[in-house]
Design a protein around this ligand. Sequence first.
Ligand SMILES: NC(=O)c1ccc[n+]([C@@H]2O[C@H](COP(=O)([O-])OP(=O)(O)OC[C@H]3O[C@@H](n4cnc5c(N)ncnc54)[C@H](OP(=O)(O)O)[C@@H]3O)[C@@H](O)[C@H]2O)c1
Length: 333
Amino acid sequence: MTDRFHWSKAVAGVMDALVVPAFGAPGILIRSQGWTEDLGRVDLRGQRFIVTGANAGIGLAITTALARQGAQVDLVCRDQLRATDAIETVSNSVRSTPYGPEAQLNVVLADLTDLQATRAACVQLAQDPTPIEALVHNAGALFSQRILSPQGVEQTFALHVLNPFLMTALLLKPFREHRRARVIWVSSGGMYTQRLKVRDLAKGADRFDGVVAYAQCKRAQIEVMKRMHEGEHKHGLVISAMHPGWADTRGVRESLPRFRQLTRWFLRDAAQGADTALWLALSAEAKQAGGRLYLDRVPRSEHIPWSGTQTAEEDIDALWALCERLCGVTWPD
Ligand SMILES: NC(=O)c1ccc[n+]([C@@H]2O[C@H](COP(=O)([O-])OP(=O)(O)OC[C@H]3O[C@@H](n4cnc5c(N)ncnc54)[C@H](OP(=O)(O)O)[C@@H]3O)[C@@H](O)[C@H]2O)c1
């Protein structure tokens, strides 16, 4: 172990204890001094991945990294033009890498606030017999107004919780057959601010606040992920969550312009925001990662000490039942 590694580990420990300082670019730069796995060297030719919200920001960075290593990536996007642009961007950037020209990029169109569209996307995804190595639930957005989805559900909840719940449920058969798939939920450090209020999720709180609704749903993602992993690890699935820290993406630029103005010097780039999702999808070490929340390849507490944000078991039961009811599925044993 080098002196440099000792130094970086101590600084990373202090940043982690203070929770928020680790979210910016310095967090990953310091933490990465201790990493031994080089994810850029894995040969992914013939291996299949699904990434939602793959045409921008963190999803685009995940897709690019997978394509660079020759993978098949199914990009689940809601807009054909943006998806086509993304494929062109990815293809151009991986063209001169050893395996990049062998990457296969397929578009599956779906507005993921609409459960019918999620269902149709899953039918299309299930038609391809190639086993799925990992599904990354990345699509996300922060909405300034309460708008209901086509099924009458507040769209923050529909997009971040119901859609990944339903998508995982509908792909469960191939996942269980493959016995080594990984499912990754892209959550957010915003969830640290919230104790789950299940009653507000389906329709939104009486006085809607988009930032609170977003953080509530990111908290709900963690609870659903843990419950799902508990049931699925006996079938070989590894289900985990990560949060990207704070990355300078269109999502942050458009939804939190003042925050971005203040923190711009401190933000990560999209590739740094994507790193832990890639690690969870690819790393041999991350095969043991199920049921936990990760930042910078390290499992993290889901709560800031003394914040009172722990979720009662009956609230997790109620959340799970709500997901099953609104998605119209009963989770199989
Ligand atoms: N950036 C950060 O600092 C940060 C921090 C914490 C968590 N996150 C999480 O990271 C994930 C990616 O965010 P980002 O920062 O990369 O944002 P982004 O650049 O805005 O990308 C979001 C992606 O999600 C897609 N999406 C949004 N609504 C959708 C819908 N209804 N149906 C299908 N796709 C939809 C977008 O597609 P369109 O292009 O069609 O809109 C886009 O591809 C999100 O889950 C976000 O909550 C980000």
